[in-house]
Design a protein around this ligand. Structure first.
Ligand code: ATR
Length: 276
């Protein structure tokens, strides 16, 4: 990779962020299509500082991850209508000094679910009520799923359920929902706490679909338990690559090399899984 006076800067902001494979994925994509850019991981809680830095340096685009997807909105100049409707931003584009927020989580989740489960009329439980949960709940509800939300902090979960017109169930009663689709959106089970699982095993009934949006590790404890009990499982890589592909398109106006992006992420994760 050649870095010179024309190299453009991109990155991901989160806390923590060192586990992120976004740098590997986006830097590989820039290389494959021949764009002179680098993408770094910024571990920060200072969102005002990020917005100022994006304008001052300038940084062309950022990905936004846990726990900033909702709070970042306060520091942006404009929102794409879908991001505004969902109330969560995972992508920022610096358009000539104006910071514009987009949401590519919703379309990324739908692409990950496509062909795996029929959403219309499907009883679905979303575990968590953060930015990713908002996006996925919104997206699958639009496709006709019957959505219930559960969250560790009940007030936040019930507020989201109310905003989206979904059901809500307290965290300790999540097993009261007879879910045909479960989507896990919290960081519980993410490296390094790989032995954690936020969902009671009794909910993992044969034939249901269980998606975990965590991609590190590739096979979370939840997915391993679900698979062993005869559930159909969807790992976090598919949504991760599709949301990243849409970011890449927004930033560069170039078709993302999705196959290579997925390959490089899977290869890195398989190496890690092997060493765990
Ligand atoms: P983001 O907006 O990036 O999705 P977030 O707003 O911090 O990140 O949301 C993270 C989600 O994971 C929330 O639903 C959070 O639950 P709370 O609303 O109770 O904070 C959930 N979460 C984080 N850590 C958790 C834990 N240890 N157990 C259960 N849920 C957890």
């Amino acid at each position: 990779m050649k870095i010179d006076q024309h190299t453009q800067l991109y990155g991901v902001i989160g806390y923590p962020v060192r586990h992120s494979l976004s740098p590997l994925m986006h830097n590989t994509a820039f290389g494959v299509v021949g764009i002179n850019a680098v993408y770094l991981a910024f571990e920060t809680r200072d969102l005002e500082g990020v917005a100022n830095a994006m304008k001052a340096l300038p940084i062309k685009g950022i990905s936004v991850t846990i726990p900033h997807k909702i709070r970042i909105i306060d520091y942006l100049d404009d929102l794409h209508p879908l991001a505004s409707q969902i109330g969560s931003v995972n992508t920022v584009l610096n358009q000539d000094g104006r910071l514009i927020g987009y949401n590519t989580d919703a379309s990324g989740a739908l692409r990950a679910l496509k062909g795996k489960v029929r959403l219309e009329g499907t009883h679905s439980l979303i575990v968590g009520a953060g930015g990713a949960a908002r996006s996925i709940a919104f997206a699958i509800k639009e496709m006709g799923a019957i959505v219930t939300i559960t969250n560790r902090t009940a007030s936040r979960g019930s507020a989201l359920a109310k905003a989206l017109g979904c059901g809500f169930v307290p965290w300790e009663n999540m097993d009261h929902v007879d879910a045909e689709l479960i989507v896990q959106t919290t960081p519980v089970g993410m490296a390094p706490n790989v032995n954690a699982c936020p969902i009671p095993v009794s909910m993992l009934k044969p034939g249901i679909v269980v998606m975990d949006i965590i991609y590190n590790p590739l096979r979370t404890r939840l997915l391993r338990l679900a698979q062993s009990r005869g559930c159909q499982v969807i790992d976090g890589v598919s949504m991760f690559v599709h949301q990243g592909g849409e970011q890449f398109r927004l930033w560069t106006n170039v078709d993302p090399p999705l196959r290579v992006m997925e390959e490089v992420v899977k290869e890195a994760l398989e190496k890690q899984d092997g060493s765990n």
